[in-house]
Design a binder for this molecule. Structure first.
Ligand SMILES: [Zn+2]
Length: 121
């Protein structure tokens, strides 16, 4: 079990995104959902990523894509959107970052990821 949560909150994983990943809590805000989805990508919890994806835009499957996520910074957020930068290291050793403006929608009392505009840096 890892100690520090990958989302960078400074909390322990099991007190932070881990609660959401194991179904013990629901995200109360788009930012909380976004952080938990980032952590799920970082930990390979792809079932969680898919389960929190809006059915309208959800892909059939996803994979890690040969990169490791190494850091998250949430830069701005609104009522139903979050803007963040994620840093990563590719399997070939190159490092990079992507910035995404993500849209979320509340459905039957739960927040879902809808889509995002990505810009590589
Ligand atoms: Zn977290």
């Amino acid at each position: 079990m890892i100690a520090a949560c990958p989302c960078g909150s400074g909390q322990r994983y099991d007190q932070c995104c881990g609660r959401l990943h194991r179904g013990a809590a629901l995200a109360q805000t788009p930012e909380e959902l976004m952080r938990s989805r980032y952590s799920a990508y970082a930990l390979g919890e792809f079932d969680y990523v898919l389960a929190t994806w809006h059915p309208r835009t959800r892909p059939d499957s996803i994979s890690g894509g040969g990169i490791s996520w190494t850091g998250l910074e949430v830069t701005d957020h609104g009522e139903d959107w979050v803007e963040f930068t994620g840093r990563y290291r590719a399997d070939d050793g190159t490092v990079g970052a992507m910035t995404e403006h993500s849209l979320f929608e509340r459905r039957a009392g739960r927040w879902f990821y809808v889509e995002g505009d990505v810009s590589d840096q």
